[in-house]
Design a protein around this ligand. Structure first.
Ligand code: AGP
Length: 624
């Protein structure tokens, strides 16, 4: 869950330092416990600091002073630090701690005792304890608590045995078990060596130099020519060339993908937070998601990506967090079409324990396409012989390459840790998938016609909410609430869970979502006049039943906020209304969720929370 970057460059206006720091700032959503860089001069120039990237920048700006310890101890920085950071090649890292608390010494890059190599790593080395013991027995001293520090020591040992740099790197990697995206630099050497196994790693082919990184936003402002490394592959990245090879050392020809993201997309476009920008991008994201997928005349869905997909006997969704809530939404859509469907929390999914065969369609719903729990579930489903489908936002991500079929949700880059536009695009893509799977049974029923017509109007529905929402003023009434509850029925139940998750993630306040009918079976005991309840009430689905639940909580004194497309019906039963345009009951919750995103956003803003980088979280969780 860390972010790594590397650049091997020729002459350019800005220095390797600037390109590394720029890249790290676009990778900070992957972790911000510490940051560090190493420039491959002789000796290596390494600087690393606990805390956000700004701490590293401060340290670098204070160059010239000896950093924690002098040459030969923790950090290889000489008094002429400023110059030594000016070189053609370097690597960088932003950390999300797994082994060892956030600290300067646990920050990456990690070096060998004699400064013969520096390494950055994203992933977990499962056999690091055995390797530590073995290396300690060979006289290597460990300074950090991290799993990663075994790597530079292994490389150094191979080097002292006479191996050349790449051979030493390969031999070291060969000893590792677990997940890793690793990059290594050597003093006075302009080539970076990298390896990938179950952690994302992409290469960027630039005009004056070449990049490597955990994700495309790290270098998209310099190049959109991208090569995706596969598990087990290595690469040598130099200023003039990039060579990819497999475990045996054989060169592998790789395709170069052109990423059509506008670099501006990777920036905040003038908004205070990526989250706010991404909330406002939903109308465009949904237009992109629908583009070319609904036949205007026939009112049918066309998803060529599903070509060859047999009609499944059952569908199983596997996902985590917000994507799990999207899966629950998809499950309801399929059940309404008479297709058996279930949703599993990916970390609890075990295909071997379930009725899975080739007629089972296992759908991995994952924005990043890299979430380790979802990847493990998908690999298990493949081994069990299921047909697999990735519903993801990232082209050529691990999930996309693991599955038999891929449906891209086309939401564009989502940087803020809190998923917003990707959830809406997941719900829309799942609506298209459900209609496509149902169409095979009963082409263009009237129900699906109206549903598709309202999906096409969804961007306008959301735009009107963005233009007119009163969420900010409603939130001001509940700044001091004890807890926040969200309820909904049918298609709105998953959105109630999502509303609670969003509020928890970015405000650090207690919130829970429930299928409205569940309240009286326990959670109602938590309801008081200090716990506002947000009720999602569609004017066309389970309206009176949900209003019944509203009166239940009001009877306990709780203030109620209705998110509804039918204020005339619901308004008199509640204290506040967050209105959405009248629409199809399977489309209304997608619009309603935008109001709930704004509730969470404005509450977090009022509480002055670090909205884009909430504590203890990261955008893509690549460890189990
Ligand atoms: C949502 O706001 C969170 N970032 C988190 O729950 C996320 O949905 C979960 O980690 C799954 O990520 P994925 O969609 O990239 O697999």
């Amino acid at each position: 869950m860390c972010g790594i970057i590397g650049y091997a460059g020729g002459e350019s206006d800005d220095t390797v330092l600037e390109r590394l720091l720029n890249g790290l700032s676009n990778l900070e959503y992957r972790g911000y416990d510490s940051a560090g860089i190493a420039v491959a001069n002789a000796p290596l120039a390494v600087e690393k600091r606990e805390g956000e990237l700004v701490e590293l920048e401060r340290a670098l700006a204070a160059d010239g002073a000896a950093f924690n310890g002098s040459r030969g101890s923790d950090d290889w920085i000489g008094s002429d630090a400023a110059d030594s950071f000016d070189g053609p090649t370097g690597i960088g890292h932003t950390r999300w701690s797994t082994h060892g608390p956030p600290s300067d010494v646990n920050a990456h890059p990690h070096t060998s005792p004699n400064g013969s190599v520096a390494v950055v790593h994203n992933g977990i080395i499962e056999n690091y304890r055995e390797l530590r013991e073995e290396l300690s027995a060979d006289g290597y001293e460990f300074r950090s608590d991290t799993d990663t520090e075994v790597v530079p020591h292994l490389i150094d040992r191979e080097r002292s045995g006479g191996a050349d740099r790449f051979a030493a790197f390969r031999a070291a990697i060969d000893r590792l078990e677990g997940s890793y995206a690793i990059a290594a630099v050597f003093p006075g050497h302009e080539t970076i060596y990298v390896a990938r196994h179950e952690s994302p790693l992409v290469l960027g082919l630039g005009e004056n130099g070449n990049f490597l990184a955990s994700d495309v936003p790290a270098f998209i402002e310099y190049t959109n020519q991208v090569v995706y490394l596969d598990d087990g592959e290595f690469a040598a990245v130099s200023p003039s060339s990039v060579t990819v090879s497999d475990e045996s050392g054989a060169v592998v020809e790789k395709s170069v993908e052109t990423i059509d993201w506008d670099p501006e997309d990777a920036g905040k476009s003038g908004y205070d937070h990526y989250m706010r920008k991404e909330i406002t991008e939903q109308p465009r994201a949904i237009r992109d998601c629908l583009r070319g997928r609904i036949e205007e005349l026939g009112g049918t869905v066309s998803l060529p990506e599903l070509e060859g997909l047999e009609e499944p006997s059952a569908v199983q969704f596997v996902a985590c967090g917000t994507s799990y809530h999207a899966g629950l939404f998809g499950e309801r859509l399929l059940q309404r079409q008479g297709i058996p469907a279930q949703t599993f929390v990916a970390s609890e999914y075990d295909a071997d324990q379930l009725p899975v065969d080739e007629e089972t369609l296992v759908v991995g719903v994952t924005q990043s396409g890299e979430t380790a729990d979802t990847m493990r579930a998908l690999r298990g489903a493949n081994r069990a012989g299921a047909t697999t489908l990735a519903l993801t936002n990232v082209v050529a991500s691990s999930a996309a390459r693991e599955c038999d079929h891929v449906l891209y949700i086309r939401a564009g880059p989502e940087i803020s840790v809190a998923a917003t536009k990707s959830f809406a695009s997941q719900q829309v893509t799942l609506s298209l998938l459900a209609t496509a799977l149902a169409d095979t049974a009963d082409p263009s029923s009237s129900a699906s016609r109206e549903h598709l017509r309202e999906l096409r109007r969804l961007p306008d529905h959301i735009q009107s909410v963005l233009d007119d929402s009163n969420a900010r003023s409603v939130v001001e009434a509940f700044l001091e609430a004890d807890a926040y509850f969200f309820i909904g029925r049918g298609y709105s139940a998953p959105v109630a869970l999502e509303g609670a998750l969003k509020l928890k993630e970015i405000t650090y306040r207690h919130a829970e979502g429930f299928p409205a009918g569940e309240l009286k079976h326990g959670p109602l005991a938590l309801v008081t006049e200090a716990t506002p309840v947000f009720a999602i009430v569609s004017g066309r689905e389970k309206t009176s039943a949900t209003i019944g639940n509203v009166t239940e909580v009001q009877a306990r004194g709780a203030p109620v906020v209705a998110v509804t497309d039918s204020p005339a019906t619901v308004g008199s039963h509640v204290d506040y209304v967050l209105e959405v345009p009248e629409t199809h009951p399977a489309v209304m919750p997608i619009v309603a969720n935008v109001q709930l995103q704004l509730v969470a956003y404005w509450l977090a803003d009022a509480l002055d929370r670090p909205i884009d980088k909430p504590r203890n979280l990261a955008k893509s969780v690549t460890v189990l």
